[in-house]
Design a protein around this ligand. Structure first.
Ligand code: CAA
Length: 240
């Protein structure tokens, strides 16, 4: 039987690549999205991967959505908490709304995504939790007090879940992508982006597939003893 994977924010950007890569490896994949109906419909048409719309920042919506995915596909074996947003501004200009939106999606969203799935993983004695953090959770970033706080917090979630899940056959790991060629990075003003790329020893942005392949590895049986770890995939921009 194919293992079942849920990818939040799985119809665009890095998430779309993760969904497609897991599908290619034989997983039955469900992808969530928050708002872009057109992109989700196009993604499903191209890939056959079913998409589900809910706000990961809302616990009850997440719980109901996950129940629907499990009714459609079966119990979720692999959860990839990938959904994330930016609301960049220097701290002196950052509004409480910009702070809260990013906290709700990037940090509380990970709790809301994993928490309803966790009891089933414990019962079945198998699970893979993979959280997409960020280089900026490791090093901080001018203009991203909110985002960096959430991505650092995501690492705390993973390290704690790893210790709680290990005896139940569940692993929890994080990936910290560097700057990847997606809409999110392209939204950074061009001049700023050029400076960022100049600071990447690899001399280029990463490709979404370079993150998706890390996810596929962590989801696989080959990664069974890797638990509580962080894979940095950033072209040597920041060496931990
Ligand atoms: N370091 C130091 N100073 C910086 C700076 C930096 N990295 N970036 C900007 N500044 C300075 C400017 O030189 C300027 O200084 P002066 O006022 O003395 O001229 C000042 O900050 C600009 O301030 P503004 O008030 O004009 O800033 P702004 O309102 O235009 O916003 C910003 C600036 C939104 C933070 C913009 O610089 C930006 O978008 N930076 C990129 C942030 C970033 O890397 N985001 C990542 C998005 S992708 C992602 O998040 C995915 C992932 O996981 C990697």
């Amino acid at each position: 039987m194919a293992r079942i994977a849920l990818v939040t924010g799985g119809s665009r950007g890095i998430g779309a690549s993760i969904s497609k890569t897991l599908q290619a490896q034989g997983y039955a994949v469900a992808a969530t999205y928050a708002g872009n109906d057109d992109a989700a419909a196009k993604f499903t048409e191209e890939t056959g991967i079913k998409t589900y719309k809910w706000n990961v920042g809302d616990y009850e919506s997440s719980q109901a959505g996950i129940a629907q995915v499990e009714a459609d596909l079966g119990p979720i074996d692999v959860v990839v908490a990938n959904a994330g947003i930016t609301r960049d501004a220097p701290f002196h200009k950052m509004t409480p709304e910009q702070w809260q939106q990013v906290i709700d999606t990037n940090l509380t969203g990970v709790f809301n995504t994993v928490h309803p799935i966790w009891p089933g993983m414990r019962e079945r004695g198998f699970g893979r939790v993979i959280v997409i953090s960020s280089i900026n959770g490791q090093k901080g970033q001018f203009g991203q007090v909110n985002y960096a706080a959430t991505k650092a917090g995501d690492l705390g979630i993973v390290k704690s879940l790893a210790q709680e899940g290990a005896a139940k056959g569940i692993t929890a790991n994080a990936i910290c992508p560097g700057y990847i060629a997606t809409e999110m990075v392209m939204a950074v003003p061009e001049k700023v982006r050029e400076k960022i790329i100049a600071g990447i020893p690899a001399g280029r942005l990463g490709e979404p597939e370079e993150i998706a392949r890390c996810v596929a590895f962590l989801a696989s049986d080959d990664a069974s003893f890797i638990n509580g770890s962080t894979i940095s995939a950033n072209g040597a921009q920041f060496v931990v």
